[in-house]
Design a protein around this ligand. Structure first.
Ligand code: MEV
Length: 320
């Protein structure tokens, strides 16, 4: 029997991570170089209602009944059932796979919830709207990360660049000129929840200083939005580097991430910063086309585990 499947991309925060948790804006883009996939197979000869969930990468192969109610997969599945107003599921086998590095600031958890919710709803004959998927994925993010802003689930659910302020209507960015970005993986895993909690603790201990850092980040985000929407994309480089300096000040960078950022800049990148929760994970760099190869070579020599190239398309292509 053929499977019904759905995929969801990773994401990258271009500007504003952490400050966005504290009600400042952020800019995030989908990253289609990696993705999560969920496939749902009907298993008509299995006992009625038996839902098997398999995610090899995390060594999971259990039935829905065996999962704790606060397990991310259980929250997503029950979220779909509640949204559709159903109380039982036909017997099925859900297989989850992903090429998104885990705990690397690329939105792996949100992408898995979104692929799972979409695939299950389609299997049940009722594909969900992006906004419904977004609501379910936010519930999972809250369980996993404590006090997430919601930017990850939003950018991945809608698969479009967003200018995001928590609890405000979503604004999609109209990117005027395509941009070439580079992503480099430090190879160090760091869960987002503790990084967010650490920043919040330091903010509570010194609200004036941290509030001022968040305001400075917010100004960079607003400037970056204007540059992206007016076709001055290459002016983003210095803004990215300034954002990284502020992320260093709020203590979410690491020596490895700093080394990758400085390497990219020394090799000719227009700007670079960590992306996501920090503590490990990835950096992004903006480079002119003729510099990309040099920057990639330098990043790999400086210890990056792998790199990706990403062309951020202009608005018309982005929404096609
Ligand atoms: C994680 O991708 C982005 C953070 O700002 C956390 C959040 O917004 O929930 C670090």
């Amino acid at each position: 029997m053929p499977a019904i499947s759905a995929t969801a991309p990773g994401k990258l925060i271009l500007f504003g991570e952490h400050a966005v948790v504290h009600n400042r804006p952020a800019i995030a883009i989908p990253f289609n170089g990696v993705h999560a996939k969920a496939a749902v197979f009907a298993t008509p000869i299995a006992p009625t209602g038996r839902v098997r969930i398999e995610a090899q990468a995390i060594g999971l192969d259990q039935t829905l009944d065996q999962l704790a109610p606060d397990h991310p997969f259980a929250i997503a599945i029950h979220g779909v059932m509640k949204t559709l107003g159903i109380t039982w599921l036909p017997a099925c086998h859900i297989r989850i796979t992903s090429t998104i590095p885990i705990a690397a600031g690329m939105g792996s958890s949100a992408a898995v919830s979104i692929a799972l919710s979409r695939a299950l709803a389609a299997f049940l004959g009722h594909p969900l709207e992006d906004s419904a998927v977004n609501t379910i994925a936010f519930q999972v993010e809250q369980q996993l990360h404590g006090t997430p802003s919601g930017v990850d689930n939003t950018v991945i659910s809608f698969n479009r660049p967003v200018y995001f302020v928590r609890s405000q209507p979503i604004e999609f960015l109209k990117i005027r000129e395509p941009l070439d970005l580079l992503v480099a993986d430090s190879g160090i895993a760091a869960a987002t929840g503790p990084m967010v909690a650490g920043v919040s603790q330091r903010f509570n201990a010194d609200p004036d200083t941290y509030g001022a850092y968040f305001d400075q980040i917010a100004n960079l985000v607003r400037q970056a939005r204007m540059d992206l929407e007016s076709g001055a994309g290459n002016d983003l480089g210095p803004l990215m580097t300034q954002n990284h300096r502020l992320l260093q000040k709020i203590a979410v960078s690491t020596p490895e991430l700093d080394r990758l950022v400085e390497t990219a800049l020394a090799a000719g990148a227009l700007g670079a910063k960590l992306t996501g929760g920090g503590g490990g994970g990835n950096i992004i760099a903006l480079a002119a086309n003729h510099q990309i190869e040099k920057v990639v070579t330098a990043l790999l020599a400086a210890g990056a585990r792998r790199t990706w190239l990403l062309n951020l398309p202009r608005h018309e292509e982005a929404v096609s």
